[in-house]
Design a protein. Sequence first.
Length: 402
Amino acid sequence: MTIAAESPRAGAKALPMRSILHVNRVGYIGGVERVILTLAREMEHAGFRGALACPGGGELIASAERLGIVSEALTIDRSRATYNPLAIIRYAKALAAGSRQIEAFACRVDAKLIHVHHPIGAWYARRASKSLGIPLLLHVHEIRPAKPLYRWTLRRVAPWISAYACVSGAGRDLLNDIVRPDPAIVSIQHNGISADFGTVDPALPPEVTGPGPHIGVFGVIEPRKGQHVFLEAAAKLAARYPTAHFWIVGPLALADKQAYHRRLVAMAESEGLRGRVTFAGFQANVSAWMRAMDVVTLTSVAHESLSMVLLESLTLGRPTIASEVGGAREVINDGVTGLIVPPGQADALSEAITSILEGRYPNMPRLAAEDAAQRFSGASFRNRFAELYARIIHNFERTAKQ
């Protein structure tokens, strides 16, 4: 399928519209998935139209369809390291089926490049890349320490990859630890914010009531996101701020994290926190929820390369605290645009929250918003990836002709 470009402005040179196929191994929405939606939706002004292949039945494909992104539900298994022969057979069957589906979908949308967001996705997309003669771009969203399956898969798919986009310097370090690719095909591409973020639903969520302060942590519920650290800090703050309310915004998207969720619920029912913690679940209007918070926290303890929560909170000018994981220092100027605390340390987190609530950083919200608008805007993000896509396609086609 060939898609015509939009009519250009008078005097402007028309851009050929080229399709980019995004492949994701999960169907829920987290930070990576918000990056995918932004790229798939907002590249048309630069001559690229996004399509999405991912597991069906989740919020990701539903959101993509609402945004008008051409989408395909895949047979894909997110896969975990195992010696279970039945699981291995299931993975093999999913790989065979999913690879055929991606090949057919890539052909249907006339994809010129396949943009995968995990090495597992590269494995599934290899057949389409080879049969259709189009390049693979691997987006590195992870940091050290990599899980064994990630390391093993990355080594296997590395020969097929035309270029790598790392969301932070920490991601590039991970990549070099495992495969040491040619530096010429590696770039750091910080995440960016959708152009309409914060403008779609400016109304504050009606659920957030009471005098506050309202303190939130945003992200999919799983141990690496450190919601337990957030609740430990909340317990330390509860007596000092008797009307404070604590919000855990994000879904329990993975069935194997149910035990962790139960642990969090038990913590929220402890003396001092009972009735003061709300599990808000998935919220499509993230910006409205962030605006309702007096403090936004990112409490990740591992595997957080460059959080979209940070970029979004800073863009909205919210007082923001992040644990020092991955690329946090590439985003936050500590003490100026936000605060950085050691990961896993509830005492440090509670002290940082207190310092903000006591008004020690009155200029922080303004400085954060100004800095984010300059470095992480949708226009900057779109332009950087347009240049990257064009360069990868050009180099791949030139090499193929040699």
